[in-house]
Structures are given as structure tokens and as C-alpha cells.
Design a protein around this ligand. Structure first.
Ligand code: AG3
Length: 284
């Protein structure tokens, strides 16, 4: 019933809803050892990458997600020199991270090399910084990477994953957060995509609880629109053992690169939680 000719549809079975994009053609489809990847050319959103039936990136709107997954955490850290991106195979987060001049090393740890190879072909703009000498691309399991890395290795970890099912499931549990905390230097911050505040509130609550019990005493969830993801409203959560009460607002106002969504006022606004969210999280 959802297989309508000329449309790609992602169905949200638990939320009685779906999202569709009119497509011109399917450009690619493959099953990797990890997941099924499809690439479409859409009528208005440009190229679209779909993983296991879920929308990941479109040319038209990925700037919202990639800017909000990177700039708030990097401008909250006092001096982010080393950054790891767990997942993020389309390289959009890597590109934004490398806009920060303080960043000396950015390592992208993506389990599925095919995501990056297809991004290089179909989303070359997202991959434009892959040859930056500060960038390192690894194709290994991010869970194992944080488990095996020495303590005090990194300033910021960005978890740019798919939904918490399949290969990304282990990225939402306490063992992973403990490993991340051990790898972070003093003042280090973890940022994780945290799904829809409207559809996935129980997941966000449990993420906060589990992060807290792993030692991330301070956490903030930032809200932003993301029309191709479930409910059209999305979030990212940043967490640290150190207080997160301020960000480098002056530096944001003087940022030496262009953004399309992120600015200092958006940063402030994104931190303001709706009433239902505050109530749900007051004990987490
Ligand atoms: N990662 C978050 C995708 C979640 C989308 N969920 C869905 N469509 N059901 C995006 C990766 C961008 N680098």
C-alpha cells in the first residue's frame, strides 16, 4: 500500500505515520555486510541516502543535522583539538568539524566503508574535506575503537549514528558511554544524535539516565527541525563529566566560517526544552 510508483516512503509503524519524497529515479541499491543502502534522486530534496529503509541524508536539508551535531558541542568545549566521529560515514559531520581551526585531528570511525564510498560518488560536497590533512577515515567498529583506545585520548566524541537498532544498537548503552568517558580528556564532551523528542521520548529519557550512571553528570539536549526524519523534529544530546553551563558565545558570533542554520541565537534557542520534555526528564 505504501509502494507508490515514483515515491520513496519511510513508514513509522509505531507512530501511525509515514514520510514520502517524490523520486525521479533510484540511482543505486546494495546490500553490504551491515545494511542495505539505497540512493535516490528526488524531485526537490536532491540526492537521498536511505539505510535499511530509513532516510539518512538529503542534499537539501542535511545542513540542519550536521551543523547541529557538531557546532554546539565544539563551541561548548573550551579547546577542541582532537575529535572522533563514531559513524557519520557520509562525512557531513566530518566536514563541519574541520571548519573549526582549533581542531588538529578528526578521526571518523565508520563501520561500513560502503557508506563513505557511496557518499564520495553521490554526495561529493559532504566529502569535500576528506583529504584535509587533519582528517583520518577508519572503517572499523566504533564500539571496539572506544573500548580499546587509551584513556584521555580525545576532547570531543560525536556519535552520528543510525537509529538505535541494527549496527547502531550498542551505541546507546552504558558500556559504550563508560568507554567514551574513559577516552575523553578532562573537560571532554560526548555528542550523540538522540532521535525525535516527540516520537522517542522514552529513548531520550533512558539515554539521559544511562549517561548519568556512566558518569556524565551534565547533559543538554538540543532541538532542531529535520523534516525528512520521523516527526520532522529531531535532537542531539551533549554530555560531560564537567559542567556544560556555557558555550563560547563570543567565538560563535565571530566564527570564521559560514553556516546556514547554526548561530549563537540558534544555539541558545536549541537548548530551551518544551514543557513536556522538562517534566519527563526532571528525574533523569
Ligand atoms: N543519522 C541519523 C539518522 C536517523 C534517521 N532515522 C530515520 N530516518 N528513521 C543521520 C546520518 C547523517 N550523517
Amino acid at each position: 500500500m505504501f509502494e507508490q510508483e515514483g515515491w520513496f516512503t519511510e513508514v513509522y509503524p509505531h507512530h501511525g505515520s509515514a514520510f514520502s519524497l517524490r523520486v525521479k529515479e533510484k540511482l543505486h541499491e546494495e546490500q553490504t555486510p551491515f545494511q542495505k543502502i539505497e540512493i535516490y534522486d528526488t524531485e526537490w530534496f536532491g540526492k537521498l541516502m536511505v539505510i535499511d529503509g530509513c532516510t539518512m541524508v538529503s542534499e537539501r536539508e542535511n545542513f540542519l543535522y550536521h551543523e547541529m551535531m557538531t557546532h554546539p558541542v565544539l563551541y561548548t568545549h573550551s579547546s577542541p583539538e582532537t575529535v572522533w566521529i563514531i559513524g557519520g560515514g557520509d562525512c557531513g559531520s566530518l566536514r563541519e568539524v574541520l571548519r573549526h581551526r582549533e581542531v588538529k585531528t578528526a578521526v571518523q570511525i565508520e563501520i561500513d566503508e560502503r557508506v563513505t564510498r557511496l557518499a564520495e560518488t553521490y554526495f561529493p560536497d559532504l566529502c569535500e574535506s576528506n583529504r584535509d590533512p587533519r582528517a583520518e577515515l577508519l572503517f572499523i567498529d566504533g564500539l571496539r575503537w572506544v573500548k580499546e583506545s587509551p584513556p584521555n585520548s580525545v576532547d570531543v566524541i560525536v556519535v552520528d549514528s543510525t537509529d538505535p537498532v541494527g549496527p547502531a544498537e550498542g551505541l546507546f548503552n552504558e558500556a559504550f558511554y563508560r568507554d567514551c568517558l574513559r577516552c575523553l580528556r578532562p573537560g571532554g564532551i560526548l555528542a550523540q544524535q538522540s532521535e525525535s523528542p516527540l516520537f522517542h521520548l522514552p529513548l531520550i529519557e533512558s539515554m539521559h539516565r544511562v549517561m548519568r550512571s556512566a558518569g556524565f553528570a551534565h547533559r543538554q539536549t538540543l532541538f532542531f527541525p529535520q523534516c525528512i526524519y520521523p516527526s520532522g523534529w529531531w535532537s542531539g544530546t551533549i554530555a560531560s563529566a564537567s559542567p556544560l553551563d556555557r558555550f563560547r558565545e563570543e567565538d560563535v558570533r565571530a566564527k570564521p566560517f559560514d553556516t546556514r542554520y547554526y548561530n549563537a541565537d540558534i544555539h541558545r534557542a536549541a537548548l530551551i526544552a518544551p514543557e513536556f520534555f522538562r517534566k519527563a526528564l526532571q528525574h533523569s
